[in-house]
Each structure stands twice: as C-alpha cells, then as structure tokens.
Design a protein around this ligand. Structure first.
Ligand code: ATP
Ligand code: FE
Length: 360
C-alpha cells in the first residue's frame, strides 16, 4: 500500500509518498527559512500564509516525482497542528474517498528511524532533540510510548540558536546559510583548545529530565564579558568563538549522554527492554550534530545498544516521516478515520508521547 504524508507543522511544507515496503516513491519540500530570517523569527500567521500558498504546488510536485496520482494512494496522513496540512489532507480524502490518518509530529520524528533501519524494533529508546523539543521515551509500539524524561526548560536546538545569535555567527560568510546548530558545530571544529572553557551542565541526579537554562545564563554572561575584555573581529565575532562553541557543544553533549545513560540503567533495572532489541534512536534537527552523535555512540557501546540516527533529511521536518508514520499506523490499523467521518475531525493536539513514568 501507499501513503501520502503531509507536514506543515513549522516552517517546512513537505509532502511525500511512501509505500509499505519502506520505499520513498516521491517527495517535495518548500522551506520558508529565508522569509522567517528576514522577519527575525517565525510568525505563525506568516507561516500559515506560506503553507497555504505552497500546499498544493508541493503536493503536485511530490505526485509528479513519484509518477502517481491520488487514485494510487491508499490513505493520507497529515500532521495535526497547525491545521494547514490537515485541512488539505482531509480535503483530498473527502474528494477521493480515502481514509485519513492524523499524525502527531513528535510521534513521526520518533518512528522515522524504522523506515531506514531494520534493526530498530519495538521496544526501543528514543531521544528527540530539536528546536522545540527534548524528550526521552521508550517506544513500545506505534502509539505506545513511555515518557522517561523531558526538558524542564528549553530545548537543545534553542540553546544552539541562542549562542549562534549571541556570537553573531551569521556574519561569517561561510556559515551564513547554516542553521544555528549547524553553524555552531562547524565553528567548534575550528577550536584550538576545546577545553579552554568549561560549562558544567546542571543535572539533578534523580531524574532523566533535562535542564539547559542554567548553563545558558552562565555562558551568556561569560560571552558578554569576553566581548568587553577582548573585543571582536571585523565581522563582530569574538576571537574565542571557536573554543566557546566547542565548550558549549561539549556540555550539551555531556548532559544528553548522562540522561540517556540513566534511562538505560532504569530500563535495565525494570526489565523494560529485552537485550535483543536494544536500540537508541536519536532524531529531531539536533540529531544532525556529529559531535553529539559520537558522544551517544560511546554510551551505546558501553550498554550494548544499537545507535540509529536517521540521515539529516529525515531528522529535520519533512513529509517522509509523516508518510512513514502513516504506513506504521495503517499497517496496525490504529487511528484511521474514514473519509465520511472527516467533517469535524476532533483530534487531541496533546503530545501522545507517553504515559509519564518519570516518577517511578
Ligand atoms: P520541533 O521539531 O520540535 O517542532 P523545530 O522544527 O525547530 O522544532 P527541527 O527542524 O527538527 O526543529 O530542528 C531545528 C533545530 O535543529 C534548530 O534549533 C537548529 O539549530 C538545530 N540543528 C540543526 N542542525 C544542527 C546541528 N548540526 N547541530 C546542532 N543543532 C542543529
Ligand atoms: Fe520537527
């Protein structure tokens, strides 16, 4: 069977067609990044306007790429929030009398690894790290998650983006087209002394929750002081930027690794994960960071986990992950709505990622 997936949750309008054999048959994406950069951030009404303008052309592009039409599609899956993609998806379903599958964006991020990596079987551990989320969960099945930990303040992608702004890395021509996190990662590779600065992440030892804001405040003040002390180069960037990037990247990595390690110990102690299916999936925009992935690989090696990081194209927001989530739900027959039930779709926008077992 073939599923059409539609993603419009943030600033990407993405559409893809994936079949039950894990094959991507065609996809298309339109990114609003440049528009939002000029506005100094994402304004939801502006994003909505561009999603609406691009929805149909992007969908048509995906159909053309796949050489298919709606009559070849078995069901349409779309991210439920915000509603542009869902409205278009339900419109197609009513017109073509096809079933509709509402998808939660974070569930899709968590499941994509299974499309490209056969070794990822239920139950598996997932770490979702993006611009808006930081979650650690045990994925027991398509719609069965146990929440182990989450960020109690901001998400790691936001931490990267804040430093990117404060350090004015966009002024450096070769970094100007990169996302905040990517620019920091590239800058960190130029560090002459990655351990010149030390920013210990705050971590309360009794949970798997994440805390970033303490570290952010500390580094922010530190950078401001450095600027006063040493000034900046012609493009407004301080001399020590590479070493600072390396230090902050290291402390984020350490914090993530310690929480993942704790979760692995917890799952072991509670016998929640059999040794035959020990995988850690890392997804979300920040998963593209090689330094973080290397750190997590060390933890995985230590605890006999298979590390699975989908390629950046699948870790960033895209229609493929929504289509794949649709495939997983369609196969198991969970959460499928008939075309004639779509007039007033009421879906919970609450994150379904889990029964919260953080207190146990
Ligand atoms: P969400 O998916 O939670 O709604 P989002 O759409 O902002 O949030 P993504 O598109 O998944 O998140 O990821 C974007 C984030 O990933 C940005 O904060 C960006 O800085 C960060 N990012 C991208 N590449 C890297 C990298 N190589 N290293 C670290 N962070 C990165
Ligand atoms: Fe996302």
């Amino acid at each position: 069977f073939r599923i059409l997936g539609i993603e419009t949750s943030c600033d990407d309008t993405g559409v893809a067609i994936v079949n039950s054999e894990r094959q991507l048959l065609g996809d298309a994406i339109h990114n609003q990044n440049q528009i939002h950069l000029e506005n100094g951030g994402i304004l939801p009404p502006v994003a909505g306007f561009h999603h609406r303008a691009n929805m149909e052309p992007v969908a048509n592009q995906a159909f053309t790429a796949a050489g298919l039409t709606m009559s070849d599609i078995d069901a349409v899956a779309a991210t439920i929030k915000p509603e542009v993609g869902m409205k278009y998806g339900t419109f197609l379903c009513k017109k073509w009398k096809k079933p509709f599958i509402p998808i939660h964006h974070m569930e899709a991020h968590a499941l994509t690894a299974r499309m490209v990596d056969e070794n990822v079987r239920f139950p598996f551990l997932v770490l979702l790290i993006s611009g808006g989320h930081c979650l650690l969960a045990l994925v027991e099945g398509v719609d069965s998650f146990l929440l182990l930990g989450k960020s109690m303040d901001i998400a790691p992608g936001e931490v990267f983006d804040k430093f990117h702004r404060q350090l004015k890395l966009r002024n450096i021509a070769e970094l100007s087209h990169l996302s905040g996190g990517h620019a920091v990662e590239v800058m960190a590779r130029k560090a002459t002394n990655p351990v010149e600065f030390k920013f210990e992440p705050f971590s309360s030892d009794v949970t798997c929750d994440f805390f970033f804001s303490g570290m952010v405040t500390k580094i922010k003040h530190f950078i401001a002081e450095e600027e006063v002390k040493y000034g900046t180069t012609a493009d407004g960037v301080i001399e020590s930027a590479p070493n600072l990037c390396a230090a902050m990247q290291l402390s984020i990595t350490k914090h993530l690794c310690r929480r993942v390690e704790r979760a692995m110990l917890f799952l072991e102690r509670k016998s929640l994960i059999p040794s035959s299916s020990r995988s850690l999936v890392v997804s979300g925009g920040v998963a593209a960071n090689k330094f973080i992935a290397n750190g997590l690989k060390l933890v995985c090696d230590n605890y006999n986990y298979h590390l699975s990081v989908p390629p950046p194209k699948l870790c960033n927001d895209n229609g493929v992950m929504i289509a794949w989530n649709g495939v997983e739900r369609y196969r198991e027959n969970v959460g499928i709505l008939k075309w004639n039930q779509l007039d007033d779709v009421q879906v919970s926008t609450k994150c379904p990622l889990g029964k919260d077992i953080r207190q146990s």
